[in-house]
Design a protein around this ligand. Structure first.
Ligand code: ADP
Ligand code: MG
Length: 204
């Protein structure tokens, strides 16, 4: 658990499936058996902010750690920055190994911040290395696959090569709907501010 560096703890049992009909409870329970790990299967959670992507990614990461496997949690931008630093300090191959070896790598928030071209190619290398070793990746993104060119610094060729590897063995969970956080606030009767914010999010 310490190695994984989860930003906080989230459990599958804390996930309110009734509030999120786009997420199939049986599918999540199947994923929580950890079979996807031995199959080298990836999981991609797609959707707007606040719909539970990071929650589910962490929860599956915790299950994986409890099964006795190494897990490493990072965001796309943190990983890109670390790799860039390592490259400048002549220790890129060691950093790449650190990201390739864990049984499960969780890359959160792909697409929230755009990558520089050099960063995009480093992230691509991680995806490619893990694909070659059949190492499972859980990835979350707010960007539909069609917009991944932007994620990879405008390089549509690199984006489709990355997607090709990720999607070869992959479960994609498309989550829709409103932010759970804002919904909770509105249910609690907190003024027009949250309602307005929710409106902006759903119409964006
Ligand atoms: P995302 O990563 O999609 O932006 P998060 O996973 O960070 O969203 O969810 C935002 C907050 O709302 C978190 O505290 C999360 O635990 C909670 N949350 C989201 N969806 C659900 C849900 N269906 N049931 C319980 N909590 C949820
Ligand atoms: Mg998130």
């Amino acid at each position: 658990m310490q190695f994984a560096r989860f930003p906080y703890q989230k459990r599958i049992k804390e996930f309110d499936f009734a509030a999120q009909p786009a997420v199939d409870r049986r599918l999540v329970e199947e994923l929580a058996t950890g079979r996807f790990l031995s199959e080298g299967r990836n999981i991609i959670f797609l959707g707007p902010p606040g719909v539970g992507k990071t929650h589910l990614a962490i929860a599956l990461g915790e299950v994986t750690a409890e099964l006795g496997h190494r897990v490493y949690f990072t965001t796309a931008i943190e990983m890109a920055r670390k790799l860039t630093k390592a490259m400048h300090e002549n220790r890129l191959s060691r950093e790449l190994k650190n990201l390739t070896r864990p049984k499960l790598l969780i890359i959160d928030e792909v697409g929230y911040l755009s990558l520089e071209p050099a960063e995009a190619s480093l992230v691509f290398q991680v995806i490619s290395h893990r694909y070659e070793r059949q190492g499972a990746v859980i990835l979350t993104s707010n960007k539909a696959f069609g917009a991944w060119g932007e994620v990879f610094a405008g390089d549509a060729v690199m984006a489709s090569a990355a997607l090709d590897r990720l999607l070869h063995r992959c479960t994609v969970v498309n989550i829709r709907g409103e932010s759970y956080r804002l919904k909770e606030k509105m249910r609690a009767g907190e003024n027009g501010y949250a309602a307005e914010a929710a409106n902006i999010l759903t119409t964006a």
